[in-house]
Write a protein that binds this ligand. Structure first.
Ligand code: GLA
Length: 351
């Protein structure tokens, strides 16, 4: 029997930049998808969350719009690469909540590919596993995400965030100051519009890059947007500023300067809200309240349109601030939100 432990992720900063090959700075978090299984001819998996058993023969990779598609997608990209692992019999569980903005789907993909890599000796590097998982998500599941989530789940390190250049895939581990507690808040707002709105943001960003003949948003300055329609300037202007903020936030963390780090995060939130238009009342409420209660900084995390937000707070005050916000949120939105006080974790591993 083997056990694969695959973390979730939060993004500290660098939102909606990865599909323009810009900078991001996420961390893997200590909430996990756990796959326990053994070698088998075909796939036979039980999902604890869905309380459902599903399986397939490896010769039948037809999409069925269920959680098993993530497994099928991984097999598809491996077969396309001429790698031919056999199946798995086992179960999927863990404590990483699904659909709470902590990237449970990327975590699941990496659990499957790491299990296969270890158990069937596929010889894949962590970077390759991240890229293949992204490919499975883009091409098989059909979600046009960037590389951020899969990368940090593959390469995360305890106590560190990853500063990543999503064009070159060069990265650097950045220590998170001991004093800082990352507090994740799940609004309970389902990202219904998310898929189409995300794809639309991505399309515009790609159009701008094409018009300017650039391979990455890193090579674009605000001046170069001059001749473009106002709407394009608004969207891409955000991306340019966000890349700059990631660099500054990285330096602030290196200097143990939580005040500056927090302020950069908050600036990012309001830029996302105003110019990228991916926030909502619930997320804005959280950010405003967290700051009032003394957080260093706060912002939405992930794609936005609902989902989750983070605040960086002093460790000793974290619990108290979290409980207060939950109460206030309940009063304003009549919804019992959830929160997680998370630590930076290692990437996926199979024991
Ligand atoms: C989702 C995608 C990521 C990234 C973020 C926005 O989480 O999966 O690749 O684009 O949105 O920063």
């Amino acid at each position: 029997m083997h056990m694969t432990i695959s973390p979730g992720r939060v993004n500290l900063i660098g939102e909606h930049t990865d599909y323009t090959y810009g900078y991001v700075m996420p961390m893997a978090v200590n909430l996990y998808t756990i796959l326990e299984g053994e070698k088998n001819e075909k796939i036979e998996l039980y999902s604890e969350v869905f309380n459902e058993k599903k399986g397939f023969e490896l010769s039948e990779l037809k999409k069925e719009n269920s959680w098993i598609d993530y497994v099928k997608g991984i097999y598809k990209v491996l077969f396309d690469k001429n790698l031919h692992p056999k199946g798995i019999k086992g179960k999927i569980g863990g404590n990483l909540p699904i659909g709470s903005g902590l990237s449970s789907s990327a975590s699941f993909e990496l659990a499957i590919i790491d299990f296969l890599n270890e158990v069937y000796d596929l010889g894949l590097s962590r970077k390759e596993m991240a890229l293949l998982s992204q490919k499975a998500e883009n091409e098989f599941v059909g979600v046009p995400c960037g590389i951020m989530d899969q990368f940090v789940i593959a390469l995360g390190k305890e106590g560190r965030a990853i500063f990543l250049d999503t064009e070159t895939l060069e990265y650097e581990y950045i220590t998170i100051p001991k004093d800082a507690q990352i507090f994740v808040f799940y609004t309970g707002v389902k990202r219904e519009l998310a898929d189409s709105a995300y794809a639309e943001r991505k399309k515009i960003a790609e159009r701008v890059l094409k018009r300017l003949n650039k391979t990455s948003s890193k090579y674009v300055g605000e001046k170069e947007l001059k001749g473009l329609p106002r709407f394009y300037k608004k969207r891409f202007g955000y991306i340019i500023r966000e890349n700059e903020r990631v660099l500054k936030a990285r330096d602030a963390l290196k200097n143990n300067d939580l005040e500056s780090f927090g302020k950069i995060l908050t600036d990012a939130h309001w830029d996302l809200a105003k110019n990228y238009e991916v926030s909502c009342g619930e997320l804005d409420f959280f950010v405003t309240r967290a700051l009032k209660l003394g957080a260093y900084g706060a912002r939405l995390t992930g794609a936005g349109f609902g989902g989750a937000a983070i605040a960086v707070v002093e460790r000793e005050k974290a619990q108290e601030i979290a409980e207060k916000i939950l109460d206030e949120y309940l009063k304003s939105f009549h919804w019992k939100a959830r929160y997680f006080l998370v630590e930076a974790s290692d990437g996926v591993k199979t024991l």
